[in-house]
Design a binder for this molecule. Structure first.
Ligand SMILES: [Fe+2]
Length: 184
């Protein structure tokens, strides 16, 4: 289950309903597809994962105009992991939506709305986020340096980061709030 924090207001929200409502208020879709655990093993093949969630994927494609779906795998063993992460952990936006459904590991999204404070969302298996095109955000891994996620694309060539060069991210900690970080 995701954890939402608003660092400027020193608040943390763990109730899924409240997280959904808060994020909807800043234009971000958040859903739980699997309330009672994942329907596939976290190490299932890409084909098995896409098959298990084909109904949800088709629905999203229809409503959001996404044309392709894949599964991204990131682990501590991923070659060039730090260089890859450095592309996404600075404030940026895209010409298309960023849609992620987490099946393994964790991811930390910071969202910088046009109005209002920055929201930090720690995602884990079972969480879906949709960050609409043009939304300023940045992404970090968590202590496990692992994330496996279904991605949907409207046009994969459009998924290029446009950096704001605001250095906004420097004011926020790339910290996760879950058991993963407290185990350190
Ligand atoms: Fe992004």
């Amino acid at each position: 289950m995701a954890t939402l924090s608003i660092p400027e207001e020193d608040t943390k929200i763990t109730d899924p309903r409240e997280i959904t409502d808060y994020l909807a208020g800043i234009g971000i879709d958040y859903e739980r597809w699997d309330a009672d655990g994942l329907r596939v093993g976290e190490d299932a093949s890409e084909e098995e994962i896409l098959e298990a969630y084909s109904a949800e994927i088709e629905q999203l494609k229809e409503s959001g105009g996404y044309v392709t779906a894949d599964v991204i795998n990131v682990s501590p063993e991923t070659p060039g992991l730090d260089q890859m992460l450095a592309k996404f952990n600075k404030e940026h936006w895209h010409d298309e939506d960023e849609v992620r459904y987490i099946v393994k590991g964790h991811g930390l999204f910071h969202i910088a709305p046009e109005d209002g404070p920055v929201a930090a969302i720690e995602m884990e298996a079972g969480d879906l986020i949709r960050v609409p095109r043009g939304t300023r955000h940045w992404f970090d891994l968590c202590a496990d340096r692992t994330v496996r996620a279904i991605r949907l694309f409207q046009d994969s060539s459009g998924w290029t980061p446009h950096y704001t060069d605001s250095r906004n991210e420097e004011g926020y900690q790339a910290l996760c709030f879950s058991a993963v970080s407290s185990e350190r």
